[in-house]
Design a protein around this ligand. Structure first.
Ligand code: NDP
Length: 272
């Protein structure tokens, strides 16, 4: 495993995404992921599976302090009456006293950042989250967040070979802010691309492994692929016994110009 420092904490660069994992399947698959070595789990208030994540951690017998647990606060809770209570509710569901990282899931459409960043800072000061960060923030929003005094440790954004995040990634690198890649496999929709399959054949690996390996060779990137399949969970972790040539890293970088965004705020969830 590769580790990336978030704040002062070395964090496994491959974590487990849990979007769409719910109910008994979520408990089983997350416990299994912990059994085979995943130690970084990403959930969110939106996913309505914090209870299952908490149960899976308990079932796994892996010590809580050995797991890097991330949740995200939904924009409708970015309000002074709801921010802290919603984090406390997440912790109750997760059956823990703290998360390792609390992210703002999306910036609020209407409320200025300056109104809710102090609450994010307060969550860290009160110990409910060891570290704080953001998700889906652009450079302007990151600047405002830092200017407001928040010591954020990551920005979680959509990142895979078909989206061009070069400007954002460069800015974040300059500010020592690692990038957490969500939908790193393009939600599975991009894995049949011919150019990717050709590369996978050269390394005798799967397309998913090529993408994840490429990310691990880029500076300061963590990735949180999700799978509900035990074999694919193992496959996504098994990427540290080979490497891709620099020429092929550059080749994959060049695909980013195609720019396919898979995820938007328009996923039907309520914002306010
Ligand atoms: P991913 O890019 O991780 O893709 C998941 C899909 O890929 C599933 O359909 C899965 O199918 C398939 N898959 C996984 N591994 C393999 C493999 N080795 N070979 C072939 N297919 C595979 O999509 P997500 O959108 O789930 O992103 C990952 C995580 O990022 C989320 O689960 C969530 O935690 C986070 N996220 C955060 C967002 C934010 O706004 N901050 C937005 C979106 C996601 P199967 O289950 O059948 O294996």
């Amino acid at each position: 495993m590769k580790f990336i420092n978030l704040g002062n904490h070395p964090v496994p660069a491959i974590g487990l995404g849990t979007y769409k994992l719910t109910g008994r399947e979520a408990v089983n698959i997350i416990s299994h992921a912990l059994a085979i070595g995943y130690r970084h789990i990403d959930t969110a208030q939106l996913y309505e599976n914090e209870k299952e994540v908490g149960q899976a951690i308990i079932n796994s017998n892996v010590a809580r302090e050995d797991i890097y647990l991330v949740t995200k606060i939904w924009p409708s809770n970015l309000h002074k009456d709801r921010f802290i209570p919603s984090v406390q509710e997440s912790l109750r569901k997760l059956k823990t006293d703290y998360v390792d990282l609390l992210l703002i899931h999306w910036p609020h459409h209407y409320t200025p950042l300056e109104d809710y960043i102090p609450m994010l800072i307060q969550v860290k000061e009160s110990g409910l989250a060891k570290d704080i960060g953001v998700s889906n923030f652009n450079i302007t929003q990151l600047k405002k967040t830092i200017d407001a005094g928040a010591q954020i440790v990551t920005n979680q954004v959509e990142f895979h070979p078909w989206i061009n995040q070069a400007r954002l990634h460069h800015w974040m690198s300059q500010h020592n802010l690692p990038l957490t890649a969500y939908s790193p496999l393009g939600q599975g929709k991009l894995l049949n691309a011919k150019n990717l399959e050709n590369l996978a054949a050269i390394y005798a690996r799967t397309p998913a492994q090529i993408i994840l390996r490429w990310m691990m060779q880029l500076p300061e990137i963590l990735a949180i692929p999700r799978s509900s399949n035990r074999n694919r969970l193992a496959e996504n972790l098994n990427i540290f016994d080979f490497s891709i040539s620099e020429a092929h890293v550059q080749l994959i970088n060049s695909w980013q110009l195609e720019n396919h965004r898979m995820v938007g705020a328009q996923n039907g969830a309520k914002w306010d």
